[in-house]
Write a protein that binds this ligand. Structure first.
Ligand SMILES: [Zn+2]
Length: 225
């Protein structure tokens, strides 16, 4: 589905939303869904008449399995470079286990994780400071995980991963408390995002927040405080 000119959400991807930014001859992929979704993303790109080698970067907003699950396979089929923040890179590489959650659901969560077949992937670009890729600013927004990042084009669009959620009608929602590794940092990151200007907000889970999205986020933050 084309959300706005050149920005697509790949339909049918299980887990988190997977997005594509289609440029003239370069494409960025943002997040990959659960394991087993690479074929869907590839089919979508081919459906647009693009070459797989047009995908130059796969940017991972954070290393939860519903976002990085198909990263290894998508990298293998496209030759794109995998981008992740340094604090989440060990999980992507399979050197550190996925995060655990507290509370009664923790056990079920852990059990579900053990049933997934995660294929580790080697990152090509490991970020340790805010940076820029193809005109998009990459901003560190820790909290949901230690290495969560946003992908931001000023005054236009922001991809926030799970630093924020949205409902099915496209209203912003605060990040999930249960799945936050550090709630205080997640709140601080929410303030960071609310200070930016963007028309469209694209979350890891939920519908696109369109038209004056940054004002909607600011209003939400005001209501929360
Ligand atoms: Zn997620």
């Amino acid at each position: 589905m084309e959300i706005m000119p050149g920005i697509h959400r790949v339909g049918g991807v299980r887990g988190a939303n997977a997005y594509l930014v289609i440029g003239e001859d370069e494409t960025l992929a943002i997040d990959t869904g659960m394991p087993g979704n690479a074929k869907r993303i590839v089919a979508y790109i081919e459906g647009l008449g693009k070459n797989l080698s047009d995908i130059k970067f796969i940017i991972l907003t954070h290393a939860d399995i519903d976002h990085i699950g198909s990263a290894a396979e998508l990298k293998r089929t496209t030759g794109a470079r995998l981008v992740i923040h340094a604090d989440d890179a060990p999980i992507l590489r399979g050197k550190q286990s996925f995060k655990t959650i507290r509370g009664p659901l923790g056990f079920i969560f852990k059990l579900a994780m053990s049933l997934m077949h995660y294929h580790p992937a080697e990152p090509d670009i490991i970020l340790s400071a805010d940076s820029e890729i193809k005109g998009f600013r990459i901003i560190h927004v820790p909290g949901h995980t230690h290495g969560s990042i946003c992908v931001y084009k000023p005054n236009k669009v922001i991809f926030v991963g799970d630093a924020l959620r949205s409902d099915s009608s496209g209203n912003p929602k605060p990040p999930s408390r249960m799945f936050s590794l550090d709630e205080a940092k997640a709140r601080a990151s929410l303030i960071t995002i609310s200070a930016l200007d963007f028309d469209t907000l694209l979350t890891g889970h939920g519908a696109p927040v369109v038209s004056n999205a940054s004002q909607k986020v600011k209003n939400m933050v005001t209501r929360l405080s």
